[in-house]
Ligand binder design. Structure first.
Ligand code: SF4
Ligand code: SF4
Length: 405
């Protein structure tokens, strides 16, 4: 932990609770999108996306980015677009339409049906029809990547239910999709397996060519081990939910005051996190939450720059200290110990949407769909020893329930 971070008391960090989010939300909505194209960062590095063979820009773009940002992102080297199925022929960004189709990669995420990612079903026919309809609406001709959104609940399910793979294979035969990938969550809250266990299995037994999963600084060692193993097996790896605590720290005056110390000069937690992620040569790319051009410029600039320097290391240490006791890493380690089977990591993921991405609407919507929310916590404390972040989980669940319930 950095010296500076130790100066942040628990009271300080809890201070940016609901009121902090409200203020941050306003600040986030009002942040300028710069009109200055000159400010575009240098070209992003590209890496091979595993067995797909695609060379993708290190920062993954997303269909929910502000539309003003997309031409600049394309210019900076973003060529892989997550959740591209949301674009119709009308909303497809002109900056992409103007390019040859083979110069950028569109990913279609395919969800379970008849319920959310925990309760929904895999249904070959419905997934097949879904992709066909998206293609009809968008007129893009084909999707480069068919991605199973949220992934399997367990290895057993992957073995027993080939519906997602079969839907992909039928579409591939028709030339409508090219590659198969998965975005895998942990499912120990419903008696399933951890993401890395499932991904290791898929790499050896199923035709998945690439994976996406949670990964941030100080994450569990098994995630890093998966990234190394995937590299050896030529499976693509995209890290998501990478910026834990970055948004809330930026809104915290005590944190920003500490960050003004010369030992952090020229760095920020966001830039340092991006450089740290990029320093892992085995990781293909990262999804970085981006709301406007200023953020994009900071993140892409860091991704295009050289290795971490001492100021970056210090800034990352400051953020790690700030996050202790406050920010969940979404590792799901605590979930197995909860007798109430509360999806603690899911609840704190929704908190992150509110406190770090300033998207309170989305956070509240997702929270409302939970069968067990923070109010189900009986305060037994069984989860506490498991938490590497030393979070008072019961108290935080109560706090998040006030924010999102
Ligand atoms: S304190 Fe709450 S979240 Fe933790 S184990 Fe007990 S019921 Fe589950
Ligand atoms: S509360 Fe702690 S143990 Fe549970 S998911 Fe978050 S960081 Fe991991």
């Amino acid at each position: 932990m950095s010296d500076g971070a130790q100066n942040l008391s628990r009271r300080d960090v809890m201070r940016i609770g609901a009121t902090g989010v409200a203020a941050a939300g306003l600040a986030g909505a009002g942040l300028p999108v710069l009109a200055d194209d000159q400010a575009a960062p240098g070209k992003l590095p590209k890496r091979r996306y595993g067995r797909t063979g695609l060379e993708i820009g290190w920062m993954v773009g997303a269909s929910d980015w502000p539309k003003e940002l997309i031409p600049r992102a394309v210019h900076a080297g973003v060529n892989y677009w997550h959740k591209a199925q949301k674009w119709t022929a009308e909303t497809m960004p002109p900056a992409l339409k103007a390019q040859p189709r083979e110069s950028y990669y569109l990913e279609c995420v395919v969800d379970r049906v008849n319920g959310d990612h925990s309760r929904g079903k895999i249904d070959e026919e419905r997934h097949y029809e879904f992709v066909k309809n998206c293609l009809k609406e968008s007129g893009v001709g084909y999707y480069d990547v068919f991605k199973f959104h949220f992934g399997y609940h367990s290895i057993a399910e992957a073995k027993q239910n080939p519906g997602m793979v079969r839907a992909f294979e039928r579409l591939k035969k028709e030339g409508l999709v090219k590659h198969l990938a998965i975005s895998q969550h942990h499912y120990n809250n419903i008696g399933g397996d951890m993401a890395w266990e499932i991904m290791h299995y898929l790499a050896d037994h199923e035709p998945y060519e690439a994976t996406q999963f949670f990964y941030t600084y100080n994450d569990r060692k098994e995630v890093g081990e998966w990234i190394d193993a995937a590299k050896k097996k030529d499976i693509g790896t995209i890290a998501m939910k990478t910026m834990g605590g970055v948004g809330r720290a930026a809104q915290d005056q005590k944190f920003t005051k500490l960050l003004a110390d010369p030992k952090y000069a020229g760095s920020t937690p966001a830039a340092a996190m991006v450089k740290w992620l990029k320093s892992n040569e085995s990781l293909t790319a990262a999804v970085i939450a981006t709301r406007n051009f200023d953020q994009f410029r900071e993140n892409a600039g860091a991704a295009a720059s050289l290795a971490m320097n001492p100021q970056d290391r210090a800034a990352l240490g400051l953020l790690a200290g700030y996050n202790k006791g406050l920010t969940c890493l979404l590792c799901a380690e605590c979930v197995t110990s909860c007798p109430e089977h509360i999806g603690v990591a899911d609840i704190f993921r929704y908190e992150r949407y509110a406190r770090d991405y300033f998207d309170l609407d989305r956070a509240q919507k997702e929270y409302a769909a939970l069968t067990k929310n923070g109010a189900s916590c009986v305060g037994c404390g069984d989860c506490l020893p498991a938490c590497v972040q030393q979070i008072d989980i019961a108290a935080k669940l109560g706090d998040v329930h006030k924010l999102l319930g």
